[in-house]
Ligand binder design. Sequence first.
Ligand SMILES: Nc1ncnc2c1ncn2[C@@H]1O[C@H](COP(=O)(O)OP(=O)(O)O)[C@@H](O)[C@H]1O
Ligand SMILES: [Mg+2]
Length: 364
Amino acid sequence: MFKEKLKTLSKQFNIPGDFHFAMPYGSGHINDTYAVDINQGGTDIRYIFQRINHNVFKQPEELMNNIMRVTEHITRKLDGIPDCTRHTLTVIRAKNGQPFVRDAESNYWRVYVFVEKALSYDVIENEQQAYEAAHAFGEFQKDLVDLPAPRLFETIPNFHNTPWRYEMLEQAIAEDKAGRAASCRKEIEFALARKADASLLVNLQKNGELPERITHNDTKLNNVLIDNVTGQGICVIDLDTVMPGLIHYDFGDMVRTSTSPAKEDEKDLSKVSMQFNMFEALLRGYLKSAGEFLTPMEKHYLPFSGKLITLEIGVRFLTDYLSGDVYFKVHREGHNLDRCRTQFKLVQSIEEQYEQMMKLLESI
Ligand SMILES: Nc1ncnc2c1ncn2[C@@H]1O[C@H](COP(=O)(O)OP(=O)(O)O)[C@@H](O)[C@H]1O
Ligand SMILES: [Mg+2]
């Protein structure tokens, strides 16, 4: 029973008071998240308890070390700001001083201060939310620009190594393990026609023209807590994938996940498009905060990043389809191919509006 389990765990963390109540919380897909009420001084205080998914994150201790460095750095910057524990995650240490507890089954558990009076949203509803989310992720990157060395640990190596994703695709085409290559000729052609795009940013990084930064790498709307009263994006959460990278990975994934009204696996491709007003909201929100530290070169490639990251994810879906659905969970025949098609449709839509996107960038 999870309540007994959480009660036992709660005693191992540096939390005064008595366990009162626990329930599964939120709609995350990676970790197991619970809201836990602890009675302190006669009133219930909520905490977030999370079991880290160690199938995805193979080195939870290094991961927690990243999160400690990042959250403590941001906390220092917030010193003196009212409600500062609502503007960054705050890790509660275990009684033994570690930022996690291991249970009898070798799972890793961590605890955060619960950010009250704010919620995360799974589906983007309007431009204001796009603006607020982008602003919050820009602020997060900005706060971490001066994180002291050493380099953060790479929790998922090669996460946005697009040229490597292409190598994987070409290998999957050559092997054609599931005998599906004939059924997706058009998609293969679409991907290969854009192969040169894949290495553009990494090459600029190699030449020293784009700097390595600290990036979030999972910049979906539901990883920002939005204040219930002001509607502002107040706290960036879900820090498991925070690691060194290009800022374009974050901005590009915002464009991918927030500008199309269709679901990732929509079959009716006429519903998939890059809505310009949403792109504009993202760009304005992001530049409002990140604009302070970005180089002209970094800014120049923001519109391109939306195309690149969408292409990259499309390539990954296509690779998995060709390999017989080994990585992404599928719930129907051709599921990965459907996902690939929505991504490529979105890439096409971005290409069609590219000139306008660049004009907007110049005007801001
Ligand atoms: N400190 C927190 N305060 C309030 N709600 C939180 C907090 N941390 C996480 N949540 C909620 O729990 C959900 C899942 O957490 P998240 O860290 O994003 O897990 P996952 O990696 O599974 O997506 C979030 O979408 C959010 O609604
Ligand atoms: Mg999440």
